[in-house]
Write a protein that binds this ligand. Structure first.
Ligand code: ADP
Ligand code: ZN
Ligand code: ZN
Length: 814
């Protein structure tokens, strides 16, 4: 039978089995090279003639652990994104389902013999230092020798060492011991008979009756004071039975479910809802729900889900990870209670697996979560919602490089489920699809409750700069960071006990350290990226690979002490804000302040309770937050991402500004937005100021006509990386040459496919690897698919450490 193994290998494998082959989707343990691995049965035959077929070691599930529709979806991913099927399956399933075996070796106790080869000797001597069996992987790393399997085999043959394979860990379900009534005693007489003088047994039995027929063993013993003997006595009489019950470890379950607000939909909401509900079961196309910030998109989702549940259907709601706070989750839980499984990155593997099983079993019918919740194992799927569909976090940045929004459409289509893509600022792709009629467009053009979109005002930083240059920065109010207008606006909010959000989309204290003498900028040793200065720790940090080093006091090149801290980061904004408004309670929210599992939530809880006056942070604070007392949003510098060498730089700037502006004035108090920028004339900024999505979209689509970029055509970014700069470059050249030949042989001219590059990637070096890339462009998705598959299957990488990454429909080209 055909088995997919979660490894970066493009094909599946054939294994034999003595018994009847298990159904597709079942996990099996198979021998693979020198390891044991878990794979999934994906078919009866691979079709290829394979020599020396090995037998399956064990069948791990009673039934398929992967529903067949998810296997189909993974096959689609595998083909479309040119990723191995096993890798797609691995991404789609809880990781405990794809663990691998581990090999251990230990000395047998025989004495070392003469005639060992040097490598064998080194391994032997290393083992002599340990009493316990050692993992092969660790030994190999310690020795730095590459594969040590030849040595292991030869030492085993001489019986100097023993080798043991520990099979992959089985996912454990957490259980608790419960006591349940097995036989009911109806009459008093029966009770007298059964208990006689065993009064404690009777008390325990009646307590169980009063608790709905069962209770946790630990509770009965510790809290109620019954002895084990008493409960054993009940069990012996056949009155109760003890059993293990699975516990679901859902952290959100600990929070009490909030009370659902009973809201009457507005006319716009009702209209959208009617259209969506009438499409249940037979949607004509995906829907783009374009609703401005605060227009009440969530209520539309909730009522749609309700209608689907009433029809016995299930639903998936995707939100960007950052917007997935308990605030979001609780809005769904308020309406649907325990029907909701919340999936997010803060979950432990066990918690994730629990949630997965409850969905698989049908105990829960709604999955709310980030990207990977798209793979929720739900049957009878009726609705798939993708909120903030434009968000870049829906794209997975490693293989399989899928886009969850696009997959949502694919999965919904396979189930005839209604697919709703919601956004205030749709992606150019979705907007274009709505314009062309591929998507049906629904719109919520007004905020609910008559609230107005906040007035947006621009503060021109160029004017501010020339003023502050003449005075010492420290004495100027706002520290040269906050303009006078912004300082005044914040102050008035503080006076009125309203809340302020300050956005600065760059963390750390300053984004680079530059020598004033020789111009040297401290760069990461692994990446071609300048190191960010973190003042609290006085360290320099790479935000890509997390390389860290002590901040130097003198230039490392010329030893000058004249170092300047350039490029403003959130730490510095926080300091300046605290100095400017000493009475204010400030909370900073960025990657550095939210490393703990619930840190993110603790900060937002404080804001919600009114314990914070100014919430300051990176794009984390721009999404999804709904705080009615926030009446001012300030953007410290709107231009941070606008010059990035990426075709989506303007789009992202527009989206970020629109999103964060949308946090202001959501309540009755109204709101105002101040955007500090040195580019007030830029169309992305002007459109954000005017809350004018359509004029932005029109201009942006025009910008992408020449040279052409999505949505006018489709892109594949092919990245070749290697620690050896020349090898990366050479392989990229070879890749392009290979492709040109392939295209020539098939007579696919420049009309169908356009190759751009190769060239160094904008970020030339990352994690010690040099990166070269080239683009494959085409107006035809099918043709692009063929070419990509051909490249992945046919282009042979040269020897050496060089990797090929294929990123289809990339969200960024950096
Ligand atoms: P969006 O996601 O579109 O930005 P939300 O769904 O967060 O907007 O809704 C904004 C606010 O409006 C929320 O506090 C929500 O409770 C409230 N709201 C939504 N619909 C209604 C309604 N029909 N009547 C009253 N309040 C509503
Ligand atoms: Zn210097
Ligand atoms: Zn780095």
């Amino acid at each position: 039978m055909e088995v997919a193994i979660p490894l970066p290998i493009r094909h599946t494998f054939t294994y034999s089995i003595e018994a009847a082959p298990p159904p597709i989707g079942t996990r099996v343990r198979v021998p693979f090279r020198r390891e044991e691995r878990i794979g999934w049965v994906v078919g009866e035959h691979s079709g290829e003639l394979v020599q020396g077929i090995k037998p399956v070691l064990a069948v791990l599930d009673d039934g398929p652990s992967v529903p067949p529709d998810l296997i189909d979806l993974c096959r689609w991913i595998s083909e479309y994104y040119a990723a191995p099927l096993g890798i797609a399956l691995k991404a789609a399933l809880p990781s405990v389902l794809s663990d691998v075996s581990r090999d251990y070796i230990a000395l047998t106790g025989r004495v070392k013999q003469e005639g060992l080869r040097p490598r064998e000797k080194r391994l032997f001597e290393l083992l002599e230092l340990h009493d316990n069996p050692q993992p092969v992987r660790t030994l190999r790393k310690t020795l730095g020798m590459g594969s040590i399997w030849p040595e292991i085999r030869s030492l085993s043959k001489r019986q100097l060492i023993m080798h043991r394979t520990v099979p992959p860990a089985e996912p454990t379900a957490k259980t608790r011991r419960v006591v349940r009534i097995e036989r009911h005693l109806e009459s008093l007489v029966q009770r007298e008979d059964a208990f006689g003088r065993a009064a404690r047994q009777r008390e325990a039995y009646e307590l169980l009756e009063a608790s709905g027929g069962g209770a946790e063993l630990a509770h009965l013993i510790k809290k109620e004071g019954f002895s084990r003997a008493v409960l054993k006595g009940l069990e012996d009489k056949g009155l109760v039975r003890l059993e293990d019950e699975e516990v679901h470890r859902d952290p959100f379950a600990r929070k009490p479910a909030p009370v659902a607000e009973d809201l009457v939909p507005t006319n716009d909401q009702q209209h959208a809802l009617d259209t969506l509900v009438s499409a249940l079961g037979a949607p004509p196309s995906p829907f783009l729900l374009q609703g401005i910030t605060g227009s009440g998109k969530t209520l539309v989702y909730i009522e749609l889900l309700r209608a689907a549940l009433e029809r016995g259907q299930s639903a998936i709601v995707l939100v960007p990870e950052i917007a997935l706070t308990p605030q979001t989750a609780s809005r769904f839980r308020a309406h649907f209670g325990d029907q909701v499984a919340v999936l997010h990155s803060g979950l432990s593997l066990g918690e994730r697996y629990d949630a997965w099983r409850s969905l698989r079993a049908g105990d829960r019918r709604i999955a709310v979560g980030a990207r990977s919740a798209l793979f929720a194992p739900l049957s009878n799927l009726g609705v798939v919602v993708v909120d903030e569909e434009h968000d870049g976090s829906y794209k997975q940045s490693e293989s399989p490089r899928y886009h969850a929004r696009d997959l949502a459409i694919v999965r919904a289509k396979a189930h005839k489920a209604v697919c709703v893509l919601g956004s205030a600022t749709p992606s150019m792709e979705s907007w274009n699809n709505a314009q062309s009629g591929k998507f049906a467009r629904l719109s919520l053009p007004k905020r609910v409750g008559g609230a107005k979109l906040p007035a947006v005002q621009v503060v021109d930083l160029r004017v501010g700069r020339s003023q502050t240059e003449n005075r010492p920065v420290s004495s100027s109010e706002g520290g040269g960071v906050l303009s006078e207008a912004l300082v005044t606006a914040v102050r008035s909010r503080l006076r009125r006990h309203e809340q302020v959000i300050l956005l600065h989309n760059r963390r750390g204290y300053s984004s680079f350290l530059q020598c004033q003498e020789c111009g040297e900028v401290e760069e990461c040793t692994n990446c071609s990226i300048s190191l960010t200065y973190h003042r609290v720790t006085h360290r320099l940090l790479c935000h890509h690979c997390r390389y860290e080093t002590q901040a130097p006091n003198v230039c490392l090149r010329c030893s000058s002490a004249d170092l300047s801290y350039r490029g403003l980061g959130t730490e510095q904004v926080e300091r300046v804000t605290a100095e400017t408004f000493p009475e204010a309670r400030i909370a900073r929210m960025d990657m550095d302040t939210t490393s703990g599992k619930w840190a993110h939530q603790r900060i937002l809880d404080r804001v919600e309770q009114g314990d914070v006056d100014i919430l300051l942070g990176t794009q984390m604070i721009a999404k999804g937050l709904d705080f009615p007392r926030v009446t001012l949003v300030g953007v410290v510098n709107a231009d941070l991402g606008i010059h990035l060498p990426d075709f989506r730089a303007s789009e992202r700037t527009f989206q970020l500004l629109s999103q964060v502006a949308g946090r202001a004035g959501r309540g009755k108090l109204g709101g105002e937005v101040l955007i500090q920028t040195a580019l007030p004339e830029h169309y992305a900024i002007r459109a954000a100021v005017a809350h004018d999505f359509e004029s932005f979209a029109t201009r942006e689509l025009h910008e992408r006509e020449g040279p052409q970029y999505p949505p006018w055509l489709r892109l594949v970014n092919v990245i070749l990386s290697s620690p050896d700069q020349a090898l990366a470059a050479k392989t990229a050249e070879q890749g392009v040459t290979w492709l040109r030949r392939w295209l020539d042989a098939r007579d696919v001219g420049e009309a169908g496919i356009n190759l751009v590059g190769p060239a160094p990637s904008p970020i030339e070096r990352l994690h010690r690897r040099w990166r070269w890339h080239f683009l494959i462009k085409s107006g035809s998705p099918n043709l692009l698919g063929h070419v990509t598959t051909a490249l992945a299957a046919g282009f042979k990488l040269p020897s050496g450490d060089v990797r090929l990454a294929i990123d289809r429909d990339p969200v960024a080209l950096l």
